[in-house]
Write a protein that binds this ligand. Structure first.
Ligand code: C2E
Ligand code: MG
Ligand code: MG
Length: 472
């Protein structure tokens, strides 16, 4: 309370505190809470808050906005090879560039690692134009990211994959919008480095199915939802020479899922390792079973091996263990590998194939003609067999100018010069079979000879056919 002095002047009593320090520490707390430590850009929390504001404005003005999700390509490799401090320097430089290039109404934030998000505000009321503007900003961002950065030992050139999603108003939650931009960014990555992709709901549905599938595959391994089908392989005279094991999945909620759909998911998530082992174990069981019967004792069994499975460190040991455990003859087991698998790491492929070959196993090059078809490698690797991809066999039947027949003939010539057997896949008709035969192909697989069948059914048919021919 003020007091009055004798002369009537008002005297104020009080303390004067210097609050500079307090102010500074409040600012520091604010900085820590809302800004990224390394780059000084807004962090996830502030991004979320700003998105809320932008969505509210967009709702009022009915104008479009966009979220750009930016992820650097190959940043991890730079970090691992050059060290984290160099990686940090690079991120700081790029952060400054991003800030410099966007308008003041836009927000540039760092989510962490090498991920940045840009919110573009007020892109107009027309969706097309908004998309065009967002695309131009993304291209601009890409251009400034790819400009060289001077690092201590060298000049580095970055690249970035950018995913974009548009929004209007606040109907979609902030998490949902970020997720969409992230999905589009993944698509950009999948389509090759340094690309820009817009969110696409169809793609989203596919990805959701994949996520769901991942969880389901884990469960399916434990609850016996996988089983094998066997498909005949026959020689020129129609004699059965073996079979290919094809994986099948009957899922209680998704129904029958094609291996074309679940094998890539299993590859990506690493679930192919237990799954591939399951196939190997079961193939050995089938072979053991076959050994006991005259009808099947001479047959060989082919299994498909995926890249991640094959390139595991102890793949050779796993195969050896399965063979030893089931006491089967290794020369009845054939591993089908694709060209891309082999070429992914040629040294490793060569090394493993030689070890497995020494154990007595055989190799077949699957889907030949669809990959790089590197003749030089084919001759250096211990392949016993080449499978002509079914697309050639099927196109050839339709192709008037017979281009595919020429390719087939070349494959047959090449393989026979290298002493390899040729199996034509996907043979569906008598005409196809006759043509293939005419070109010198002697082994076949396809619906014309039999569709893939459950193991039991396959065995019963083979045995009854064998005993039928024996008694006739
Ligand atoms: P692939 O190894 O090239 O197998 C041949 C595919 O052609 C099989 O498809 C088979 O059912 C199909 N097919 C056979 N004959 C014909 C025919 O006359 N016409 C037509 N149109 N198709 C025919 P499926 O079973 O859907 O398998 C697809 C692919 O999935 C396989 O191609 C293989 O790459 C992969 N896959 C299957 N089982 C396994 C497995 O156990 N492990 C791994 N890693 N991949 C597998
Ligand atoms: Mg195959
Ligand atoms: Mg094939």
């Amino acid at each position: 309370m003020p007091e009055k002095a004798a002369d009537g002047a008002v005297i104020w009593n009080g303390f004067i505190t210097d609050i500079t320090e307090q102010k500074q520490s409040q600012e520091k707390i604010h900085q820590l809470a809302f800004y990224d430590d390394l780059t000084g850009l807004p962090n996830r929390r502030l991004l979320d808050y700003r998105m809320g504001l932008v969505q509210a404005a967009s709702s009022r003005l009915r104008s479009y906005g966009a979220i750009l999700f930016i992820d650097l390509d190959d940043f991890k490799r730079l970090n691992d090879t050059m060290g984290h401090s160099v990686g940090d320097e690079l991120l700081k430089t790029l952060a400054r560039r991003l800030e410099g290039r966007t308008r003041s109404v836009d927000t540039v934030a760092r989510l962490g690692g090498d991920e940045f998000v840009v919110i573009l505000d007020r892109l107009g009321n027309k969706e097309n134009e908004a998309a065009q503007r967002a695309g131009l900003v993304a291209e601009d961002i890409q251009a400034i990211i790819t400009q060289p950065v001077n690092l201590p030992q060298h000049e580095h050139r970055c690249a970035a994959s950018i995913g974009i999603t548009l929004f209007q108003g606040d109907v979609d939650s902030r998490e949902e919008l970020l997720r969409r931009a992230d999905t589009a960014m993944y698509q950009a990555k999948a389509d090759g480095r340094n690309s820009i992709r817009f969110y696409n709901p169809e793609l989203q549905r596919r990805m959701e199915r994949q996520f769901r599938m991942e969880a389901e595959i884990r469960q399916a391994i434990d609850s016996d939802q996988f089983f094998l089908h066997l498909q005949k392989q026959v020689g020129g005279n129609g004699k059965l020479i073996g079979a290919e094991a094809l994986l099948r999945w009957n899922n209680p909620s998704l129904g029958m899922v094609s291996p074309m759909e679940f094998i890539p998911v299993a590859e990506e998530t690493g679930l192919i390792l237990p799954l591939g082992n399951w196939v190997l174990e079961n193939a050995c069981r089938i072979l053991k079973d076959w050994e006991q019967e005259a009808a099947t004792a001479d047959l060989s069994l082919s299994i498909n091996v995926s890249a991640r499975q094959f390139h595991q460190k102890d793949f050779v040991r796993q195969v050896q263990r399965a063979i030893d455990e089931h006491k089967v003859s290794p020369d009845r087991l054939k591993l089908e590998l694709t060209e891309s698998l082999v070429l992914e790491d040629i040294e490793d492929s060569m090394d493993k194939m030689e070890q497995l070959h020494a154990l007595g196993l055989h190799f077949s090059m699957d889907d030949f003609g669809t990959g790089y078809s590197s003749m030089a490698y084919l001759s250096r690797l211990p392949f016993d067999e080449v499978k002509i991809d079914k697309s050639f066999v099927q196109n050839a039947a339709r192709d008037r100018n017979q281009r595919d027949w020429v390719i087939i003939e070349a494959i047959i010539g090449l393989a026979s010069n290298l002493n390899m057997r040729v199996v034509a896949e996907g043979v569906e008709t008598q005409t196809q079979q006759s043509y293939l035969c005419h070109l010198g192909c002697r082994c076949f697989q396809g619906y014309f000879y039999g569709r893939p069948k459950p193991v039991e059914e396959f065995n019963v048919a083979i045995k009854s056919q064998f005993h039928g021919t024996e008694s006739s």
